[in-house]
Ligand binder design. Sequence first.
Ligand SMILES: *Cc1c(COP(=O)(O)O)cnc(C)c1O
Length: 333
Amino acid sequence: MSELVDLRSDTLTRPTPAMRAAMADAVVGDDVYGEDPTVRHLEERVAEMLGHEAALFTPTGSMANVLAVRTLVGVGQEILCESRAHIARAELGAHAAYTGLTMRTWTSSDGSIDLPAIRGLYAPDMGPFFVPTAAIAVENTHNFAGGAVLPIEDLQALREYVDSVGVAVHMDGARIWNAHVATGTPLADYGRTADVMAVCLSKGLGAPIGSLVVGAQDAIEESRVWRKRMGGGMRQVGVLAAAGLHALDHHIDRLADDHSHARLIAEAVGVDPASVATNIVVFERPDAARCVAAAGEQGIRLSAVGPTSVRLVTHLDVDRAGAERAARVLASI
Ligand SMILES: *Cc1c(COP(=O)(O)O)cnc(C)c1O
């Protein structure tokens, strides 16, 4: 059997030798005391890239999402999101468990912002009977909708709407870097459409761990307290922040390669490559688990993300030859 091509997720990347060298050389201190210069540098840099005041380093994207959302939504309030959003489907109910919020969803096949649906769902505060809407969450790129990019025009229209009714926007930007590379839209333009964001360094950017909450100074200070409360205060964590800084320097532009590999494999599974915006392809099979098993037998690892939905994700550890091999195998099964 030829070498494994692991397309289950872009979280599978391992730190490169150059990234490991940057980690080994990191200047560190105790970050709970605010004394780790490498973490501070990373937080300042990411905040500036996204056009916000401040940022907070977290171990995971899920924690960044929980911290960000809880700055906007209180106990017994609701957040609206698309029905396949990561915050709704893939965080094990964390927002309900920790924050005490509820969610209602709209559904769009490409994960896009359906403003008429959002207007229909929006509930103003009508006293102690109905759940009031406090925020809208958007996901850019949208994971389970096949890495779809939210057009900046749609985000700006949502911004205008939320400002008119007085609610806030959270952007799950785990893969905002992919959206930026795919469209050329400046990161800060995306950033300006949201009150708070969560971004990941451990997906396509290839860091072993690390995400950030991004937002206004007061939201980040509040998140710093809650991160500690949740047990997420970390000490000489500059060794990990250094991996993130290295990723920002060296692994953003190359995401374009992942996108072209995804289009190449898409064609082999019968998905129109023009519909693949970034590094994720979601396709339908009558039995997703069987398809995943058949591909696995030939060294191509995929994941089932629903009874009939299969997902593949390209990343730093899959080169052109690997993408071509995956395309050949998948076309034959
Ligand atoms: C991966 C991901 C996250 C965060 O996941 P963690 O595994 O907790 O780091 C959040 N949102 C989206 C859309 C993701 O794909």
